[in-house]
Design a protein around this ligand. Structure first.
Ligand code: TRP
Length: 341
């Protein structure tokens, strides 16, 4: 008998290397909150602090980011009774499973991972004689840790940005290989990419990302939020000149926060030549209206890390009620067993 779960399991993580920004909100947190309201599926959300080690060697930053991202989810009303909400490093079964999965993951599969390939390409472009310069084993094995995150909880659906799709496919490959060899134990996951909200552009028009330093943090004080939005790059068209909605960062951002009817109305105002300054004001008001109600609660939680810590520890307990039995099963399957006559 397989103890695989029958209800769909949705699982996603956010790497704790920075302050949560509106790209995280639109891409992961908002759909996650909507998903958590549904009773026909289980939801697992976690803070990927082991993954953060790959990208940051700044302990204060990782610690602060964990608090901020947790506080963001909670301030927006994540129901931690129905959702399993935890910190990756509080679940020791995950690194244990990572090692076991590493043992059956082809190195060649990891050679094909985009993040690793991009790092090698950057070295080559910079004329480095060693293509692996600065690349750690953790960066190379990143997809295996991510596979453990996913397979640990029998996840069936993994909502991620398009850049992470390959990692979910690798998790699926790894699970298949495991099951083929050791028996039908792991559940095969599938990536869920939402077309409309997959990636938001940042202040400079590139993908909004901590690594580009072009983000708009979710819970900036109102004044700062307005200032940042005023900085978003536009072209030099004058007020009154018709403007193209295509490739307009302001328009895309607006659409991510507005209804279809509101978006159509703004498209019309683009055609009518809305001034960039005015469009920025409209966008500011839109984003502020959605996030302002949670801003105070966010500040309250940031000032009470002890409470957030408690919430995370309770979440880890729930997570471990699932991860510990699965790890037992996996250990047994691969031959890590008690000695018996
Ligand atoms: N790698 C993901 C990112 O950078 C974060 C992440 C870690 C994740 N583990 C995961 C996402 C498991 C989904 C499922 O965005």
């Amino acid at each position: 008998m397989s103890d695989k779960q029958t209800a769909p399991v949705w699982l996603t993580g956010i790497t704790t290397t920075g302050t949560p920004h509106i790209g995280n909100y639109v891409g992961a947190i908002r759909p996650g909150l909507a998903s958590s309201q549904r009773t026909d599926r289980k939801n697992y959300y976690f803070l990927a602090d082991l993954h953060a080690l790959v990208k940051s060697e700044d302990p204060e930053r990782i610690n602060r980011s964990t608090l901020e991202i947790a506080a963001a989810w909670l301030a927006l009303g994540l129901d931690t009774d129905t959702t399993v909400f935890y910190r990756q490093s509080d679940v020791p079964e995950i690194p244990a499973l990572t090692w076991i999965l590493s043992s059956l993951t082809a190195k060649g599969l990891m050679n094909r991972a985009h993040a690793y390939k991009a790092a090698v390409a950057a070295n080559e472009e910079n004329g480095q004689s060693d293509p692996d310069r600065g690349i750690t084993m953790a960066l190379f094995g990143y997809p295996v840790l991510m596979a453990a995150d996913i397979l640990m909880f029998h996840a069936t659906h993994v909502p991620v940005g398009r850049d992470q799709k390959q990692h979910v496919e690798m998790a699926r490959d790894i699970a298949q290989r495991f099951n083929h060899h050791y028996g039908d134990i792991l559940t095969l996951p599938e990536a869920v990419i939402s077309e409309s909200t997959a990636t938001l552009k940042g202040l400079d028009g590139r993908k909004m990302s901590k690594s580009y330093g072009n983000t708009i943090p979710m819970f900036e004080p109102q004044k700062r939020l307005r200032k940042l939005i005023m900085k978003i790059k536009t072209n030099s068209l004058e007020p009154g000149e018709p403007k193209d909605t295509e490739d307009s960062t302001l328009f895309e951002m607006y659409r991510a926060f507005a209804t279809e009817a509101e978006t159509a109305e703004i498209a019309q105002r683009y055609a009518d030549g809305i001034a960039w300054g005015e469009m920025k004001q409209v966008l500011f008001e839109k984003i502020d209206a959605e996030l302002a109600p949670a801003r105070e609660e966010y500040e309250r939680l940031i000032a009470d890390p002890g409470h957030v810590e408690q919430v995370l520890l309770q979440g880890a307990e729930k997570a471990r009620a699932v991860s510990a039995p699965l790890l037992d099963k996996v250990r047994h399957a691969v031959g890590l067993r008690a000695l018996k006559a």
